[in-house]
Design a binder for this molecule. Structure first.
Ligand code: AHR
Length: 495
């Protein structure tokens, strides 16, 4: 049989561990991301647990959300933690200056955030305020969260209902310090990073991994400067990259009803993530060849023009099959760089940018991106299996030309072998032949996500319009030939 592309898996060697936190999430005080999308308050008629809505919680549990980053984003550098503790009625009302100028009543604060991650069984990533805070304020927040003795701050935490310290798994010093976090240069930030981290102290068994705020897109100067000048208390440098169909912030492109040229440019722009990570890894390798410092892509995803009639500051957008394909392509890139990329956080979990879940008051829907995350759950904490992809045809539109097929493979802790495949060509199915040196493929089974339209999506009226469907195929003499439908994401277990 004629096979357009060939995937050769090398099951004799092991690739890097795919840290489960590559599938991490981000929830900022932004639009309806936290308020309404996740938090409705205990008094709400929407069923909830300690104020967190049950429908959204159970959908997120099915995703095995490994980690949540909070409270921002740009919001983090204007967030003062003392505003969010104590009786809710007494908490100050602030203006969310970054996101729509709306009132922020601080109903969700430190205790509520930890209740959320504990309900989800996720790790906690707290982003500290460098931009408008002080070393003292940041140090005291950490003391409040982690102190075990009878210090005034530990006692205040107990008075507010929490006897045991919170487990802070990750802590970042500022966010986008090159922009909304203070418009700093790498050297100015690096001095501040060293100054602040000097005073951040926790009990030895509850020390977070320390994250320095890095750069975005093609810029490698922050990763280079930080890894050259910070030799302690820096477990990772963060990085942000958003996929805009047009690449222009003034007119990014629509979430739905876009032309094929924008499907193609979205694919091309999202695949640029690979080069950005490669270049940053190259500069980090010079200073840190042992790869002690991680490279965390703690914001990424699609960013479209805001939906008509929505508050422009709320960054609410629909989510279609295109977003699921974007998500899967990025998972494959992250798996490939899993030796340095130990965490990523898609922006954002609910109702904001490339969300898993959209809500409309009591209604909720799961997006195609949600389904992609669910299909890739077996890859969390699996070990990647190196593979070679040959003979892949290009998908071409105008000046754009990108490989039509992307693939990833990994072995779970239980020894199961999984394959993830994407055909990003929206017009043509692709035949792919899979070979496992020395291993006979009897069959594969899993789930396929595809649809007739490039912008197939779920609405509150039709919440199940696009969902994954069961998929299976049989091997022939140890080989397997798969037909990947146009614009599809496939995850299968090899048996
Ligand atoms: O995710 C939305 C915003 O994008 C974040 O607040 C900021 O860090 C980034 O610019």
């Amino acid at each position: 049989t004629f096979a357009a592309s060939q995937i050769q898996l090398d099951t004799s060697t092991q690739g890097a561990l795919i840290n489960k936190n590559i599938y991490g999430q981000f929830a900022e005080h932004l639009g309806r991301g936290i308020y309404e999308g996740l938090w409705v308050g205990a008094e709400s008629s929407i069923a909830n647990t300690k104020g967190w809505r049950n429908d959204v919680l159970s959908a997120l549990k099915a995703l095995h959300v490994p980690l949540v980053r909070w409270p921002g984003g740009c919001f983090a550098d204007e967030y003062h933690w003392r505003d969010g503790i104590g009786p809710r009625a007494n908490r100050p009302v602030k203006v969310n200056t970054n996101w729509g100028g709306v009132e922020e009543d601080n109903a969700v604060g430190t205790h509520e955030f930890f209740e959320l991650v504990e309900l989800l069984g996720a790790e906690a990533y707290v982003n500290g305020n460098l931009g408008t805070g002080s070393p003292q304020e940041m140090a005291e927040w950490l003391e409040y969260m982690t102190a075990e003795g009878k210090s005034t701050l530990a006692e205040l935490r107990r008075k507010n209902g929490r006897e045991q310290p919170f487990k802070v798994d990750y802590f970042a010093v500022g966010n986008e310090s090159w922009g909304c976090g203070g418009n700093m240069t790498p050297d100015f930030y690096t001095h501040l990073y060293k100054q602040y981290t000097t005073f951040l102290k926790t009990p030895a068994h509850n020390t977070p991994k320390w994250i320095a705020s890095g750069s975005h897109s093609e810029d490698t100067s922050w990763a280079a400067y930080l890894t050259t000048h910070v030799k302690q208390k820096m477990d990772a440098v963060s990085f942000h990259y958003y996929t805009l169909p047009t690449g222009k912030w003034e007119k990014k492109g629509a979430a739905l009803q876009f032309p094929e040229a924008e499907w193609a440019s979205t694919m091309q722009r999202t695949l640029a993530m690979d080069g950005f990570i490669r270049n940053n890894k190259a500069v980090m390798d010079k200073q840190d060849p042992e790869k002690k410092v991680g490279f965390y892509v703690d914001e990424w995803g699609t960013w479209y023009d805001v939906e008509k009639g929505e508050n422009p500051g709320f960054l609410y957008q629909q989510n279609s099959l295109r977003d699921a394909v974007v998500a899967a392509l990025n998972f494959h890139i992250f798996h490939q760089h899993a030796d340095r990329v130990h965490m990523t956080n898609i922006a954002q979990m609910v109702n904001v940018l490339q969300a898993m879940i959209l809500t409309d008051k009591e209604k909720m829907l799961l997006t195609p991106t949600y389904h992609a995350y669910k299909m890739y759950v077996p890859f969390q904490d699996a070990t990647s299996v190196p593979l070679k992809l040959t003979g892949v045809p290009q998908y071409q539109v105008g000046d754009i030309s990108v490989p039509a097929v992307s693939a990833t493979a990994a072995r779970t802790k239980n020894g199961e072998l999984y394959l993830g495949l994407v055909n990003l060509n929206p017009n043509q199915s692709e035949t792919t032949e899979i070979n496992l040196a020395g291993i006979v493929i009897a069959s594969v089974s899993g789930q396929l996500l595809t649809a007739a339209q490039m912008d197939a999506h779920n609405t509150f009226e039709k919440p199940h319009a696009i969902e994954p469907k069961p998929f299976s195929a049989k091997g022939n003499n140890g080989r397997l030939t798969l037909q990947l439908p146009a614009k599809s994401v496939l995850v299968v277990k090899v048996q």
